[in-house]
Design a protein around this ligand. Structure first.
Ligand code: FAD
Length: 461
Protein backbone atom coordinates (compact mmCIF):
# COMPACT_ATOMS: atom_id res chain seq x y z
CA UNK A 1 0.00 0.00 0.00
CA UNK A 2 1.34 3.47 -0.86
CA UNK A 3 -0.09 6.80 0.27
CA UNK A 4 -1.21 7.50 -3.26
CA UNK A 5 -3.12 4.24 -3.57
CA UNK A 6 -4.70 3.82 -0.14
CA UNK A 7 -8.19 2.39 -0.48
CA UNK A 8 -10.67 4.22 1.71
CA UNK A 9 -14.40 3.61 2.18
CA UNK A 10 -16.50 6.50 3.47
CA UNK A 11 -19.83 5.49 4.99
CA UNK A 12 -22.50 8.18 4.52
CA UNK A 13 -22.82 10.84 1.80
CA UNK A 14 -23.91 13.71 4.03
CA UNK A 15 -21.79 16.85 4.08
CA UNK A 16 -19.20 15.29 6.42
CA UNK A 17 -18.72 12.16 4.30
CA UNK A 18 -18.63 14.07 1.01
CA UNK A 19 -16.04 16.54 2.29
CA UNK A 20 -13.89 13.72 3.69
CA UNK A 21 -14.14 11.82 0.38
CA UNK A 22 -13.30 14.92 -1.65
CA UNK A 23 -10.17 15.61 0.47
CA UNK A 24 -9.10 11.96 0.21
CA UNK A 25 -9.65 11.81 -3.55
CA UNK A 26 -7.56 14.98 -3.92
CA UNK A 27 -4.77 13.31 -1.92
CA UNK A 28 -4.69 10.46 -4.45
CA UNK A 29 -6.54 7.84 -2.39
CA UNK A 30 -8.92 5.37 -4.04
CA UNK A 31 -12.26 6.28 -2.44
CA UNK A 32 -15.71 4.70 -2.39
CA UNK A 33 -18.60 6.47 -0.66
CA UNK A 34 -21.44 4.20 0.46
CA UNK A 35 -24.80 5.92 0.98
CA UNK A 36 -27.95 4.20 2.25
CA UNK A 37 -30.44 6.59 0.64
CA UNK A 38 -31.14 7.12 -3.03
CA UNK A 39 -29.79 10.66 -2.76
CA UNK A 40 -26.79 12.45 -1.25
CA UNK A 41 -26.92 15.26 1.31
CA UNK A 42 -28.38 13.50 4.36
CA UNK A 43 -29.83 16.25 6.54
CA UNK A 44 -29.58 18.73 3.65
CA UNK A 45 -32.50 18.21 1.32
CA UNK A 46 -34.30 20.24 -1.33
CA UNK A 47 -38.10 20.23 -1.25
CA UNK A 48 -39.97 21.53 -4.32
CA UNK A 49 -42.76 23.73 -2.95
CA UNK A 50 -44.14 25.37 -6.09
CA UNK A 51 -43.25 25.63 -9.72
CA UNK A 52 -39.50 26.33 -9.92
CA UNK A 53 -39.16 27.01 -6.18
CA UNK A 54 -37.16 24.61 -4.01
CA UNK A 55 -37.08 25.13 -0.23
CA UNK A 56 -34.69 23.72 2.37
CA UNK A 57 -36.40 20.74 3.98
CA UNK A 58 -33.35 20.31 6.23
CA UNK A 59 -30.38 22.60 6.93
CA UNK A 60 -30.78 26.11 5.59
CA UNK A 61 -29.04 28.94 7.45
CA UNK A 62 -25.45 30.06 7.85
CA UNK A 63 -23.51 33.05 9.11
CA UNK A 64 -20.10 34.71 9.09
CA UNK A 65 -18.50 32.35 11.59
CA UNK A 66 -19.17 29.38 9.27
CA UNK A 67 -15.92 29.95 7.46
CA UNK A 68 -15.42 26.47 5.95
CA UNK A 69 -19.00 26.40 4.68
CA UNK A 70 -18.65 29.87 3.17
CA UNK A 71 -15.45 28.76 1.45
CA UNK A 72 -17.14 25.67 -0.03
CA UNK A 73 -20.14 27.71 -1.17
CA UNK A 74 -17.79 30.14 -2.92
CA UNK A 75 -15.64 27.38 -4.43
CA UNK A 76 -18.73 25.83 -6.03
CA UNK A 77 -20.06 29.08 -7.45
CA UNK A 78 -23.18 29.05 -5.29
CA UNK A 79 -24.79 32.29 -4.12
CA UNK A 80 -26.06 33.40 -0.74
CA UNK A 81 -29.47 34.93 -0.07
CA UNK A 82 -30.11 37.15 2.96
CA UNK A 83 -32.80 35.75 5.22
CA UNK A 84 -35.84 38.03 4.90
CA UNK A 85 -36.29 39.85 8.21
CA UNK A 86 -37.55 43.31 7.21
CA UNK A 87 -40.76 44.28 8.98
CA UNK A 88 -42.48 43.58 12.27
CA UNK A 89 -42.31 40.36 14.26
CA UNK A 90 -45.47 38.46 15.18
CA UNK A 91 -45.96 36.84 18.58
CA UNK A 92 -48.73 34.48 19.61
CA UNK A 93 -48.50 34.19 23.39
CA UNK A 94 -51.26 32.00 24.82
CA UNK A 95 -53.33 32.82 21.72
CA UNK A 96 -52.86 36.56 22.30
CA UNK A 97 -51.47 38.01 19.03
CA UNK A 98 -49.15 41.04 18.94
CA UNK A 99 -46.98 42.51 16.20
CA UNK A 100 -44.01 44.69 17.10
CA UNK A 101 -40.76 46.06 15.70
CA UNK A 102 -38.89 44.22 18.49
CA UNK A 103 -37.51 40.68 18.23
CA UNK A 104 -38.03 40.13 21.96
CA UNK A 105 -41.25 38.31 22.85
CA UNK A 106 -43.74 40.31 24.95
CA UNK A 107 -42.99 38.33 28.12
CA UNK A 108 -41.73 39.39 31.55
CA UNK A 109 -38.42 41.14 30.71
CA UNK A 110 -36.95 40.42 34.14
CA UNK A 111 -37.65 36.69 33.72
CA UNK A 112 -36.01 36.60 30.26
CA UNK A 113 -33.07 38.70 31.45
CA UNK A 114 -32.50 36.37 34.40
CA UNK A 115 -32.73 33.31 32.13
CA UNK A 116 -30.21 34.64 29.62
CA UNK A 117 -27.80 35.85 32.33
CA UNK A 118 -27.78 32.39 33.87
CA UNK A 119 -27.37 30.74 30.48
CA UNK A 120 -24.48 33.06 29.62
CA UNK A 121 -22.70 32.23 32.90
CA UNK A 122 -23.21 28.52 32.31
CA UNK A 123 -21.97 28.67 28.72
CA UNK A 124 -18.94 30.66 29.77
CA UNK A 125 -17.97 27.90 32.22
CA UNK A 126 -17.86 25.14 29.55
CA UNK A 127 -14.51 23.83 28.26
CA UNK A 128 -15.35 23.99 24.53
CA UNK A 129 -12.50 21.72 23.41
CA UNK A 130 -13.18 19.11 26.13
CA UNK A 131 -16.66 19.58 27.66
CA UNK A 132 -16.17 16.53 29.86
CA UNK A 133 -13.39 18.47 31.66
CA UNK A 134 -15.67 21.43 32.44
CA UNK A 135 -15.57 22.33 36.14
CA UNK A 136 -18.42 20.46 37.86
CA UNK A 137 -18.92 18.37 34.69
CA UNK A 138 -20.22 15.34 36.59
CA UNK A 139 -23.13 17.28 38.13
CA UNK A 140 -23.89 19.23 34.93
CA UNK A 141 -23.85 16.06 32.84
CA UNK A 142 -26.27 14.21 35.10
CA UNK A 143 -28.84 16.99 35.47
CA UNK A 144 -31.45 17.64 32.77
CA UNK A 145 -31.88 21.14 31.34
CA UNK A 146 -35.45 21.09 32.64
CA UNK A 147 -34.31 20.38 36.22
CA UNK A 148 -31.71 23.18 35.92
CA UNK A 149 -34.49 25.63 35.07
CA UNK A 150 -36.91 24.40 37.74
CA UNK A 151 -34.22 24.57 40.43
CA UNK A 152 -32.85 27.95 39.38
CA UNK A 153 -35.64 30.24 38.17
CA UNK A 154 -39.14 30.68 39.57
CA UNK A 155 -40.64 33.23 37.17
CA UNK A 156 -43.36 31.62 34.99
CA UNK A 157 -42.42 33.48 31.78
CA UNK A 158 -38.92 31.97 31.88
CA UNK A 159 -40.61 28.57 31.96
CA UNK A 160 -42.87 29.50 29.04
CA UNK A 161 -39.95 30.72 26.95
CA UNK A 162 -37.24 28.14 27.73
CA UNK A 163 -38.73 25.19 25.73
CA UNK A 164 -39.32 27.50 22.76
CA UNK A 165 -35.74 28.68 22.90
CA UNK A 166 -34.26 25.17 23.11
CA UNK A 167 -36.70 24.00 20.44
CA UNK A 168 -35.54 26.68 18.05
CA UNK A 169 -31.83 26.41 18.90
CA UNK A 170 -31.48 22.63 19.25
CA UNK A 171 -34.83 20.99 18.39
CA UNK A 172 -34.64 19.72 21.96
CA UNK A 173 -37.07 19.00 24.73
CA UNK A 174 -35.44 20.36 27.95
CA UNK A 175 -36.32 17.12 29.76
CA UNK A 176 -34.25 15.06 27.30
CA UNK A 177 -30.84 16.76 27.39
CA UNK A 178 -28.21 17.28 30.03
CA UNK A 179 -27.27 20.76 31.22
CA UNK A 180 -23.75 20.07 29.96
CA UNK A 181 -25.03 19.27 26.46
CA UNK A 182 -27.17 22.41 26.35
CA UNK A 183 -24.29 24.61 27.52
CA UNK A 184 -21.76 22.92 25.22
CA UNK A 185 -24.04 23.14 22.16
CA UNK A 186 -24.69 26.84 22.66
CA UNK A 187 -20.97 27.52 23.26
CA UNK A 188 -19.84 25.37 20.34
CA UNK A 189 -22.23 27.18 17.98
CA UNK A 190 -20.77 30.61 18.79
CA UNK A 191 -22.80 31.65 21.86
CA UNK A 192 -26.44 32.59 22.34
CA UNK A 193 -26.27 35.97 20.68
CA UNK A 194 -24.71 34.64 17.48
CA UNK A 195 -26.84 31.50 17.31
CA UNK A 196 -30.05 33.40 17.93
CA UNK A 197 -29.47 36.23 15.45
CA UNK A 198 -30.40 36.69 11.81
CA UNK A 199 -28.41 39.84 10.86
CA UNK A 200 -24.79 39.18 11.89
CA UNK A 201 -25.74 35.78 13.31
CA UNK A 202 -26.05 32.12 12.38
CA UNK A 203 -29.23 32.72 10.37
CA UNK A 204 -27.91 35.55 8.21
CA UNK A 205 -28.01 33.73 4.87
CA UNK A 206 -29.37 30.74 2.96
CA UNK A 207 -27.82 29.14 -0.12
CA UNK A 208 -29.71 30.30 -3.19
CA UNK A 209 -31.66 27.34 -4.59
CA UNK A 210 -31.12 25.24 -1.44
CA UNK A 211 -28.28 23.92 0.73
CA UNK A 212 -28.59 20.51 -0.93
CA UNK A 213 -26.98 22.04 -4.06
CA UNK A 214 -23.67 22.01 -2.19
CA UNK A 215 -23.96 18.27 -1.51
CA UNK A 216 -24.95 17.68 -5.14
CA UNK A 217 -21.89 19.66 -6.34
CA UNK A 218 -19.52 17.67 -4.09
CA UNK A 219 -21.08 14.40 -5.27
CA UNK A 220 -20.67 15.50 -8.91
CA UNK A 221 -16.95 16.00 -8.26
CA UNK A 222 -16.71 12.49 -6.82
CA UNK A 223 -18.61 10.96 -9.76
CA UNK A 224 -18.92 7.18 -9.76
CA UNK A 225 -17.08 6.90 -6.45
CA UNK A 226 -20.48 7.56 -4.80
CA UNK A 227 -22.69 4.48 -4.49
CA UNK A 228 -26.31 5.27 -3.61
CA UNK A 229 -28.71 2.71 -2.17
CA UNK A 230 -25.84 0.99 -0.27
CA UNK A 231 -26.82 0.74 3.44
CA UNK A 232 -23.80 -0.43 5.41
CA UNK A 233 -24.68 -3.15 7.94
CA UNK A 234 -21.32 -4.52 9.12
CA UNK A 235 -17.63 -3.63 9.16
CA UNK A 236 -15.05 -6.40 9.72
CA UNK A 237 -11.40 -5.59 10.47
CA UNK A 238 -8.52 -8.02 10.09
CA UNK A 239 -4.75 -7.59 10.18
CA UNK A 240 -4.53 -6.72 6.51
CA UNK A 241 -7.55 -4.49 6.04
CA UNK A 242 -11.25 -3.86 6.41
CA UNK A 243 -14.33 -5.37 4.73
CA UNK A 244 -17.43 -3.17 4.62
CA UNK A 245 -20.65 -5.12 4.06
CA UNK A 246 -23.82 -3.56 2.64
CA UNK A 247 -27.30 -5.00 2.92
CA UNK A 248 -29.14 -5.67 -0.32
CA UNK A 249 -30.63 -2.49 -1.77
CA UNK A 250 -33.50 -2.00 -4.20
CA UNK A 251 -32.77 -4.34 -7.17
CA UNK A 252 -29.27 -5.00 -5.82
CA UNK A 253 -27.78 -8.01 -3.97
CA UNK A 254 -25.65 -7.56 -0.81
CA UNK A 255 -22.25 -6.00 -1.60
CA UNK A 256 -18.77 -5.92 -0.07
CA UNK A 257 -16.03 -3.29 -0.32
CA UNK A 258 -12.42 -3.84 0.80
CA UNK A 259 -10.36 -0.97 2.18
CA UNK A 260 -7.25 -0.02 4.11
CA UNK A 261 -9.16 2.55 6.16
CA UNK A 262 -12.82 3.47 6.69
CA UNK A 263 -14.46 6.73 7.72
CA UNK A 264 -17.89 6.34 9.30
CA UNK A 265 -19.65 9.69 8.75
CA UNK A 266 -23.00 8.99 10.39
CA UNK A 267 -25.03 10.42 13.28
CA UNK A 268 -24.18 8.47 16.46
CA UNK A 269 -27.49 6.62 16.72
CA UNK A 270 -26.95 5.22 13.21
CA UNK A 271 -23.24 4.45 13.64
CA UNK A 272 -24.28 2.53 16.75
CA UNK A 273 -26.48 0.22 14.63
CA UNK A 274 -23.59 -1.04 12.48
CA UNK A 275 -22.18 -4.44 13.45
CA UNK A 276 -18.47 -3.79 14.10
CA UNK A 277 -16.21 -6.86 14.27
CA UNK A 278 -14.22 -6.70 16.52
CA UNK A 279 -16.72 -4.72 18.57
CA UNK A 280 -16.20 -1.15 19.74
CA UNK A 281 -14.55 -0.67 23.11
CA UNK A 282 -16.72 2.41 23.73
CA UNK A 283 -20.20 2.87 22.26
CA UNK A 284 -21.15 5.60 19.79
CA UNK A 285 -24.45 6.23 21.64
CA UNK A 286 -26.15 5.15 24.88
CA UNK A 287 -29.73 4.58 25.98
CA UNK A 288 -29.77 8.25 27.05
CA UNK A 289 -28.74 9.58 23.61
CA UNK A 290 -31.76 11.15 21.99
CA UNK A 291 -32.67 12.53 18.63
CA UNK A 292 -33.45 16.16 18.04
CA UNK A 293 -37.03 16.48 16.86
CA UNK A 294 -37.70 18.88 14.00
CA UNK A 295 -40.33 19.03 11.28
CA UNK A 296 -40.45 21.77 8.67
CA UNK A 297 -43.73 22.93 7.14
CA UNK A 298 -43.48 24.97 3.94
CA UNK A 299 -46.41 27.12 2.86
CA UNK A 300 -46.21 28.66 -0.59
CA UNK A 301 -48.03 31.79 -1.83
CA UNK A 302 -48.10 33.81 -5.04
CA UNK A 303 -45.83 36.39 -3.34
CA UNK A 304 -44.54 37.20 0.18
CA UNK A 305 -47.93 38.78 0.96
CA UNK A 306 -47.19 39.39 4.67
CA UNK A 307 -44.65 42.02 3.61
CA UNK A 308 -47.53 44.15 2.27
CA UNK A 309 -48.75 44.42 5.87
CA UNK A 310 -45.31 45.46 7.12
CA UNK A 311 -44.62 42.01 8.62
CA UNK A 312 -41.34 40.09 8.37
CA UNK A 313 -43.06 36.70 8.45
CA UNK A 314 -40.95 35.82 11.50
CA UNK A 315 -43.11 34.67 14.37
CA UNK A 316 -42.87 32.92 17.71
CA UNK A 317 -45.78 31.10 19.37
CA UNK A 318 -45.95 29.64 22.86
CA UNK A 319 -47.91 26.63 21.66
CA UNK A 320 -47.65 24.49 18.54
CA UNK A 321 -47.58 23.28 16.03
CA UNK A 322 -45.62 26.11 14.34
CA UNK A 323 -43.49 27.36 17.23
CA UNK A 324 -41.74 29.75 14.85
CA UNK A 325 -42.00 30.84 11.22
CA UNK A 326 -39.46 32.44 8.87
CA UNK A 327 -39.79 34.11 5.45
CA UNK A 328 -37.79 31.85 3.10
CA UNK A 329 -39.08 33.38 -0.14
CA UNK A 330 -36.86 33.48 -3.24
CA UNK A 331 -34.75 36.66 -3.33
CA UNK A 332 -36.64 38.18 -6.27
CA UNK A 333 -39.97 37.87 -4.41
CA UNK A 334 -41.38 35.84 -7.33
CA UNK A 335 -43.14 33.59 -4.82
CA UNK A 336 -43.84 33.61 -1.10
CA UNK A 337 -42.46 30.81 1.07
CA UNK A 338 -43.17 30.72 4.77
CA UNK A 339 -41.29 28.03 6.71
CA UNK A 340 -42.86 26.79 9.94
CA UNK A 341 -40.73 24.97 12.53
CA UNK A 342 -42.31 22.27 14.64
CA UNK A 343 -39.73 21.26 17.24
CA UNK A 344 -39.14 19.41 20.50
CA UNK A 345 -42.19 17.80 22.14
CA UNK A 346 -44.57 19.51 19.65
CA UNK A 347 -42.85 17.65 16.80
CA UNK A 348 -43.58 14.22 18.29
CA UNK A 349 -47.29 15.09 18.60
CA UNK A 350 -47.39 16.56 15.06
CA UNK A 351 -45.60 13.57 13.56
CA UNK A 352 -48.30 11.25 14.93
CA UNK A 353 -51.08 13.11 13.02
CA UNK A 354 -52.36 12.01 9.61
CA UNK A 355 -51.11 14.15 6.67
CA UNK A 356 -54.56 15.78 6.42
CA UNK A 357 -54.58 16.66 10.13
CA UNK A 358 -51.00 17.97 9.92
CA UNK A 359 -52.00 20.29 7.09
CA UNK A 360 -55.22 21.29 8.87
CA UNK A 361 -53.47 22.21 12.12
CA UNK A 362 -50.63 24.06 10.31
CA UNK A 363 -53.10 26.12 8.28
CA UNK A 364 -55.21 26.90 11.35
CA UNK A 365 -52.07 28.10 13.14
CA UNK A 366 -51.00 30.33 10.23
CA UNK A 367 -54.56 31.70 10.16
CA UNK A 368 -54.14 32.84 13.78
CA UNK A 369 -50.65 34.26 13.14
CA UNK A 370 -51.41 36.08 9.87
CA UNK A 371 -55.21 36.53 9.64
CA UNK A 372 -54.94 38.70 6.50
CA UNK A 373 -53.23 35.96 4.44
CA UNK A 374 -55.26 33.91 1.97
CA UNK A 375 -54.90 30.10 2.20
CA UNK A 376 -51.51 29.00 0.81
CA UNK A 377 -51.27 27.42 -2.64
CA UNK A 378 -49.35 24.43 -1.25
CA UNK A 379 -48.44 23.04 2.14
CA UNK A 380 -45.59 20.52 2.35
CA UNK A 381 -44.36 18.77 5.46
CA UNK A 382 -40.79 17.40 5.86
CA UNK A 383 -40.94 15.10 8.86
CA UNK A 384 -37.41 14.17 10.00
CA UNK A 385 -38.75 11.97 12.79
CA UNK A 386 -39.89 9.54 10.11
CA UNK A 387 -36.47 9.41 8.40
CA UNK A 388 -34.84 6.02 8.99
CA UNK A 389 -31.41 7.30 7.96
CA UNK A 390 -31.26 10.48 10.05
CA UNK A 391 -32.41 9.70 13.61
CA UNK A 392 -31.86 13.16 15.04
CA UNK A 393 -32.49 16.59 13.63
CA UNK A 394 -31.06 19.08 13.75
CA UNK A 395 -28.63 16.72 15.51
CA UNK A 396 -28.36 13.97 18.10
CA UNK A 397 -29.02 15.10 21.65
CA UNK A 398 -26.65 13.97 24.37
CA UNK A 399 -28.72 12.94 27.37
CA UNK A 400 -27.70 12.67 31.02
CA UNK A 401 -24.27 11.03 31.40
CA UNK A 402 -23.49 11.03 27.67
CA UNK A 403 -20.74 13.64 27.56
CA UNK A 404 -18.72 11.93 30.26
CA UNK A 405 -19.27 8.50 28.70
CA UNK A 406 -19.00 9.33 24.98
CA UNK A 407 -17.16 12.65 24.79
CA UNK A 408 -13.54 11.61 25.43
CA UNK A 409 -13.62 8.97 22.64
CA UNK A 410 -15.82 10.76 20.09
CA UNK A 411 -13.00 10.97 17.54
CA UNK A 412 -10.72 8.17 18.74
CA UNK A 413 -10.24 5.71 15.83
CA UNK A 414 -11.30 2.09 16.31
CA UNK A 415 -8.19 0.53 14.74
CA UNK A 416 -8.64 1.37 11.00
CA UNK A 417 -12.04 3.03 11.44
CA UNK A 418 -12.22 6.83 11.80
CA UNK A 419 -15.23 8.91 12.76
CA UNK A 420 -16.81 11.94 11.13
CA UNK A 421 -20.22 13.62 11.19
CA UNK A 422 -21.30 16.89 12.78
CA UNK A 423 -21.75 15.16 16.15
CA UNK A 424 -18.01 14.43 16.27
CA UNK A 425 -17.10 18.10 15.91
CA UNK A 426 -16.48 20.17 19.01
CA UNK A 427 -16.74 23.28 16.83
CA UNK A 428 -20.25 24.06 15.54
CA UNK A 429 -21.56 20.68 16.73
CA UNK A 430 -24.87 19.93 15.03
CA UNK A 431 -24.41 22.43 12.21
CA UNK A 432 -23.26 22.14 8.58
CA UNK A 433 -20.03 23.87 9.63
CA UNK A 434 -19.38 21.14 12.21
CA UNK A 435 -20.03 18.46 9.57
CA UNK A 436 -17.46 19.99 7.20
CA UNK A 437 -14.82 20.40 9.91
CA UNK A 438 -15.35 16.79 11.02
CA UNK A 439 -14.92 15.53 7.45
CA UNK A 440 -11.72 17.51 7.03
CA UNK A 441 -10.35 16.20 10.33
CA UNK A 442 -11.18 12.57 9.55
CA UNK A 443 -9.64 12.79 6.06
CA UNK A 444 -6.47 14.34 7.51
CA UNK A 445 -6.28 11.51 10.07
CA UNK A 446 -6.53 8.89 7.33
CA UNK A 447 -3.97 10.63 5.13
CA UNK A 448 -1.62 10.93 8.13
CA UNK A 449 -2.06 7.27 9.09
CA UNK A 450 -1.51 6.17 5.50
CA UNK A 451 1.69 8.18 5.20
CA UNK A 452 2.91 6.83 8.53
CA UNK A 453 2.27 3.24 7.32
CA UNK A 454 4.06 3.94 4.02
CA UNK A 455 7.08 5.42 5.81
CA UNK A 456 7.35 2.55 8.26
CA UNK A 457 7.20 -0.03 5.43
CA UNK A 458 10.02 1.87 3.65
CA UNK A 459 12.10 1.70 6.81
CA UNK A 460 11.50 -2.07 7.00
CA UNK A 461 12.61 -2.50 3.39
P1 FAD B 1 -25.91 13.54 7.72
O1 FAD B 1 -26.35 14.67 6.88
O2 FAD B 1 -26.94 12.92 8.61
O3 FAD B 1 -25.26 12.44 6.79
C1 FAD B 1 -25.20 11.08 7.12
C2 FAD B 1 -25.45 10.27 5.85
O4 FAD B 1 -25.28 8.88 6.15
C3 FAD B 1 -26.88 10.42 5.33
O5 FAD B 1 -26.84 10.72 3.95
C4 FAD B 1 -27.52 9.05 5.58
O6 FAD B 1 -28.49 8.70 4.64
C5 FAD B 1 -26.32 8.14 5.51
N1 FAD B 1 -26.47 6.88 6.24
C6 FAD B 1 -27.09 6.66 7.43
N2 FAD B 1 -26.94 5.35 7.80
C7 FAD B 1 -26.21 4.75 6.83
C8 FAD B 1 -25.70 3.43 6.66
N3 FAD B 1 -25.91 2.45 7.55
N4 FAD B 1 -25.00 3.15 5.53
C9 FAD B 1 -24.74 4.12 4.61
N5 FAD B 1 -25.20 5.40 4.75
C10 FAD B 1 -25.91 5.72 5.84
N6 FAD B 1 -27.42 23.10 10.12
C11 FAD B 1 -27.03 24.36 9.86
O7 FAD B 1 -25.83 24.64 9.78
N7 FAD B 1 -27.96 25.36 9.66
C12 FAD B 1 -29.30 25.13 9.71
O8 FAD B 1 -30.12 26.02 9.48
C13 FAD B 1 -29.73 23.81 10.01
N8 FAD B 1 -31.04 23.53 10.09
C14 FAD B 1 -31.45 22.24 10.12
C15 FAD B 1 -32.81 21.97 10.00
C16 FAD B 1 -33.26 20.67 9.93
C17 FAD B 1 -34.74 20.40 9.80
C18 FAD B 1 -32.32 19.62 9.94
C19 FAD B 1 -32.77 18.22 9.74
C20 FAD B 1 -30.96 19.87 10.11
C21 FAD B 1 -30.51 21.19 10.21
N9 FAD B 1 -29.16 21.51 10.35
C22 FAD B 1 -28.74 22.80 10.18
C23 FAD B 1 -28.14 20.48 10.69
C24 FAD B 1 -27.35 20.01 9.47
O9 FAD B 1 -28.24 19.54 8.51
C25 FAD B 1 -26.41 18.89 9.88
O10 FAD B 1 -25.53 19.33 10.89
C26 FAD B 1 -25.50 18.36 8.75
O11 FAD B 1 -26.16 18.32 7.52
C27 FAD B 1 -25.00 16.98 9.17
O12 FAD B 1 -24.19 16.40 8.17
P2 FAD B 1 -23.50 14.99 8.44
O13 FAD B 1 -22.79 14.64 7.22
O14 FAD B 1 -22.79 15.03 9.72
O15 FAD B 1 -24.72 13.97 8.70
Amino acid sequence: MTGAHARVVVVGAGLAGLVAARDLAESGAEVNVLEARDRVGGRMRGVPVSSGVVADGGAAYLGRQHTELLRLVGDHGLNLVSTGMTGESTFLIDDDRTTTASRVPPLDAVALGDLFDRLDDLIESVRPNAPWLTPDADRLDHQTAKRWLVDGIARPDAHAFFPLFLGEMMAADPAAISVLHMAFYLRSGGGIQYLNAFEGGAQQWRIDGGAHLLADALADELGDRVHLNHPVAAIDQGDDGVVVRCDAGTNRPPAEFRADRVIVALPPLLAHRIDFRPGLSTPRATAATGRGCAIKVHLSYQAPLWREDGLSGWSVSTSGPLLSTVDDSPPDGSAGVLTGFVTGAAASAFSALSPADQEGSALAHVGRLFPALPPPDTCSVTDWLAEEYSRGCYAALFGPGDWLRLGPTLTEPHRRIHWAGTETSLEYFGLMEGAIRSGQRAAAEVIGATHAATNSSKVLV
